[in-house]
Design a protein around this ligand. Structure first.
Ligand SMILES: [Zn+2]
Length: 364
């Protein structure tokens, strides 16, 4: 049995340097077709361990592919599943909120990057009713939904672009399943650090890169052809490298671990088996997923009161809500992301409080 052997592939000159360490070379471990929009190499940095697309997608390509993916996913999952997902995310927000509460942390000003349905933040707000939530997204439909459905404040933008008026404005920033999508992860980490007040927290989850890339790697290995990339995962993180980057940008780990291992047991990240590989690309046409479907999407009715009308969600017995949510979303096994095993990385990082910063500068 092979256990985490290094990736096979030739060292090549990259079209764009590594976004983390600026290395000009890297190991080419695969090729993907992002819909019929762009073909990119998958390059693993020998220096910092970060795996990313080379060249990277630009904003226009990302936005077209994301929309096609949104429609494709909706046609696969349907309304019922979407409503269930809202409830699930609400429960996860409750669990996260109680974790903070147990540590005597009460956030006041929260920014969520890429909020989706907004239900994670709604769960957090259930635990901390006084919290003020702002969400950032590029998609105006997402912003409108979050504003009308939850009453959140909205910012139209992408995490890569710094908006100076939000500097030092938040004591908690959330990015769940977002950082694998961003073009420039170094810039995003820097911006998050800037938006946080002293002592503020950054919470994220993101796939373990080795496992996430595995299916594309196998297509290259067995077929030597591009595989299909429908969701714009453009970053595949190395556990050690990601932590190092965040520390460089002034954040220190509070909780950092990998959880959920079902996919690992199936072989992702280590087993070289054809059944695990991604299909060879047929260049699925993004345009086929854009017209027509949007009306159905828009007519889906999301009523918050109905979604949250569950026996266990009680504002007068929040302990009951918490126990039920914990029962559903507690991770028993936690492994250091340094090992690059498992499905999803959980991070909670902290910006030092002012006194620590002064000490670090040697001024006290
Ligand atoms: Zn690098």
């Amino acid at each position: 049995m092979k256990w985490q052997t290094p990736f096979d592939g030739k060292v090549i000159a990259r079209e764009e340097s590594c976004r983390i360490c600026h290395a000009e070379k890297g190991r080419k471990i695969g090729t993907v077709d992002y819909w019929d929009i762009k073909t990119c190499s998958i390059v693993s940095c020998e220096n910092c361990g970060h795996i990313q697309l080379d060249p990277m997608l630009n904003d226009e390509e990302t936005s077209k592919g994301c929309f096609a993916y949104y429609v494709e996913e909706f046609s696969r999952t349907g309304t019922k599943e979407q409503l269930k997902n809202c409830e699930r995310n609400f429960r996860r927000g409750v669990v996260f909120g109680y974790h903070l509460k147990n540590r005597h942390i009460s956030p006041r000003f929260v920014l969520e990057l890429g909020p989706g349905s907004g239900y994670f933040a709604a769960g957090l707000q259930f635990v901390f009713p006084a919290v003020e939530i702002t969400v950032m997204d590029i998609n105006t439909d997402v912003l409108e939904f979050n504003r009308e459905h939850h009453g959140f404040q909205t910012i139209r933008g992408i995490p890569d672009n710094f908006i100076s008026r939000y500097q030092n404005k938040f004591d908690l920033i959330i990015a769940r399943d977002i950082i694998e999508h961003v073009t420039d992860i170094s810039k995003v980490a820097e911006n998050v650090s800037q938006y946080l007040m002293a002592g503020g927290l950054f919470h994220f989850i993101t796939p373990n890169g080795r496992e996430d890339i595995w299916k594309h790697y196998l297509t290259a290995k067995f077929e030597n052809k591009p595989s299909e990339l429908l969701i714009n995962h453009v970053n595949y993180f190395d556990g050690k490298g990601l932590k190092k980057l965040l520390v460089q940008k002034g954040l220190s780990p509070v909780d950092y671990y990998t959880y959920t291992f079902k996919t690992t047991l199936r072989g992702y990240g280590w087993r070289e088996k054809r059944t695990l590989m991604n299909p060879v690309s047929e260049k699925l046409k993004a345009d086929d997923y854009i017209p027509g479907k949007t009306e159905e999407l828009k007519s889906t009715e999301f009523r918050k009161a109905e979604i949250l009308d569950k026996w266990y969600i009680r504002t007068k017995a929040k302990w009951l809500t918490y126990i039920y949510c914990l029962y559903h979303h507690f991770s028993i096994i936690k492994i250091s992301p340094d090992r690059n095993i498992g499905h999803e990385i959980y991070g909670l990082f902290k910006k030092p409080s002012q006194t620590n910063q002064l000490q670090a500068n040697g001024t006290t």
